[in-house]
Design a protein around this ligand. Structure first.
Ligand SMILES: Cc1ncc(COP(=O)(O)O)c(C=O)c1O
Length: 441
């Protein structure tokens, strides 16, 4: 019924109920969802405070188009986002429904404002699947090439400095300075060659590339270079926003205030919602009515978003993401020491990646083993989905309020799953039909 290009199925699972970090299938089997629904349910499934606000909104009025009149939840959420976003300059907010459309708005606004045509983006990045957002997505362009598109042609890609795996063969954990210099040199040359660049587009931590955390100085210097050349800095916080990394926004770790910030996924608390929070002058430069949707700033989604932000504030979840993230990474590194198929454990806050390899020495990516670990964990009641250019990185993005005992239980299950794979207890046939992210390569 659903065309194949629109699905990336991992396991035969039909979620039917969710509470907190727990998901239940139609037969009532319980799972701990370490992905929180593709990094969406940041305060867990069906948080009672979010449910209450949504029900109240639904009972009063689903929505009325914000293009004609005003709706209180969208204005309140816009004000909240302006307060939360870094940078002491006038900002405004445009709402969309997904990360892809928010990136489309962000890039259209940037191109209009700058009156330049070129965009610079990074290898293995993912920003969405509409024309502009897909065109700046390194991972999509790399894999689909001429088969994909239509592409916006004026995009230049430069290497995102992945400390574990990069084209220079530099160990970026041992030598972050060297990796930073090489990546900056490439970026500077690309900027010089491209001439007038409207915007540099970056994820503060690459998500779908497999949770790649660049050296701290790199991102700071990217912002400096953008400023010097009159290019806008567009930061995609679809995955890293709303406390996920232990700060309200991932970009805050680098002390940078972007011209344009994109929020999605967790923003709607599970309802379709995204936002572009940007310098007022950039958004005001768009032609009137050139970019509007009937249901933008939908009242139910905005209500859910406001409730989600209040939960994050009230439950101190930004700080909790930092503390639990450190704990999770430490526990997984203990597991890594005992198991050669875990090549790398990395992350920022509760956004953690576990890279599965043939063995730690060769660092050869193993999608098959990553899928087998995920398959075995799923059978034991823990959900994780491998991602990345090679489909071999388990991205762990649990809700920020996951109880410690559930997190610990999940780590134990993951270790058992790794043992199952290392000791040959997961047959090849188990994952033969699995598609998943990376199945296209
Ligand atoms: C960083 C980033 N930007 C944009 C998107 C696209 O968001 P959506 O799938 O909601 O369109 C994603 C989705 O994974 C993402 O991770």
């Amino acid at each position: 019924m659903i065309p194949r290009p629109f699905v990336l199925k991992y396991f035969p699972l039909v979620p039917s109920r969710g509470r907190g970090c727990k998901l239940y299938d139609e037969a009532g089997k319980e799972y701990i969802d370490l992905t929180s629904g593709a990094a969406t349910y940041i305060v867990g499934f069906n948080h009672p405070d979010v449910v209450r606000e949504v029900v109240e909104q639904v009972e009063n009025l689903f929505n009325y188009t914000t293009l004609y009149f005003y709706n209180r939840p969208s204005i309140e959420l816009a004000r909240k986002l302006v307060d939360l976003a870094p940078g002491h300059f006038p900002k405004k907010v445009v709402f969309g429904f997904s990360g892809s459309d928010a990136m489309e708005i962000a890039l259209t606004a940037s191109l209009n404002y700058a009156r330049r045509r070129k965009l610079v983006s990074f290898t293995e990045s993912f920003h969405g699947t509409l024309v502009l957002s897909a065109s700046v997505s390194g991972i999509i362009r790399d894999v689909l090439g001429d088969q994909g598109g239509p592409w916006y042609k004026d995009v230049v890609f430069v290497e995102y400095p992945n400390p574990y795996r990069n084209k220079w063969g530099v160990d970026g954990y041992e030598k972050p300075g060297e990796l930073t210099s090489l990546a900056l040199k490439e970026l500077e040359e690309a900027l010089r060659a491209a001439g007038d660049v409207a915007a540099i587009v970056i994820e503060p931590v690459q998500g779908d590339a497999g949770v790649v955390v660049p050296p701290k100085d790199f991102v700071k210097e990217v912002a400096v270079l953008a400023g010097e050349r009159g290019s806008l800095l567009v930061v995609d916080e679809a995955q890293t926003g709303l406390g996920r990394t232990g700060a309200w926004w991932g970009i805050e770790h680098y002390g940078v205030a972007p011209d344009v910030l994109v929020s999605a996924k967790a923003l709607g608390g599970g309802f379709p919602l995204s936002a572009v929070v940007a310098r007022s002058d950039v958004l005001e430069a768009l032609p009137r009515a050139g970019l509007g949707f009937t249901n933008m700033g939908h009242a139910v989604s905005c209500r859910a978003g406001l409730a989600t932000i209040r939960v994050i504030e009230r439950e101190g979840l930004v700080e909790r993401a930092r503390v639990l993230g450190d704990y999770l990474a430490r526990r997984l590194r203990e597991v890594q020491e005992k198991h050669p198929v875990i090549g790398d454990v990395r992350g920022l806050g509760l956004m953690v990646g576990v890279e599965v390899v043939e063995d730690q020495r060769s660092r050869r990516p193993s999608r098959a083993k990553a899928l087998k670990v995920a398959w075995s964990a799923w059978r034991k009641g823990v959900i994780t989905t491998p991602l990345g250019r090679h489909g071999n990185v388990l991205r762990l993005t649990p809700p920020l309020n996951i109880p410690l005992e559930d997190l610990e239980k999940a780590v134990t299950v993951l270790e058992d799953a790794v043992k199952d794979v290392e000791e040959g207890r997961v047959p090849d046939e188990a994952v033969e039909g699995v598609e998943g992210w990376g199945s296209w390569s």
